[in-house]
Ligand binder design. Sequence first.
Ligand SMILES: [Zn+2]
Length: 167
Amino acid sequence: MPSPRRLRPHEIETFTQWLRDRGADVLVPMSEWEVLRFVANDQTSILYRNKNDELTWTGEADKAWAAFKGRRKWQAGKTTASGNSKRRPQKLHALITRDGKACWFCFQELEDSEITIEHLVARSSGGPNHLDNLVIACEPCNAKAHTMSVAEKVALRAATAPRHHGS
Ligand SMILES: [Zn+2]
């Protein structure tokens, strides 16, 4: 599906390395819609693509991409992943390092105090308590997802994503 704003794979690779060289904390994408996820200037920035291969940028991603294309200066500055890490429980720290600090469902950036940990497969249904089954969620989403199946949770996230691009 060609699109004028589509990224070529080698461009993503070069951009990723460019971000790392400037101190950004490049994280693992959390869904098939994420092309790139990184932490810079104290926020998680994400590059999404939709079904039509159109791109959406959040946080610093737009600024960084413009600097990358224009060969201008850009620095990652403070990375959330390294801040306050000593005071966090290990599991929470690992989740933040993997996913950033946004709610898995609504993509809202959260403070440490607002973060809850959600089991994708509920523990009452035999869901394991290890990282593969855990995501960060805000309190309202956690409550909303409480009685949902995994499929319903994924649908909830997918329904929320397009409404929360840009900032
Ligand atoms: Zn949420």
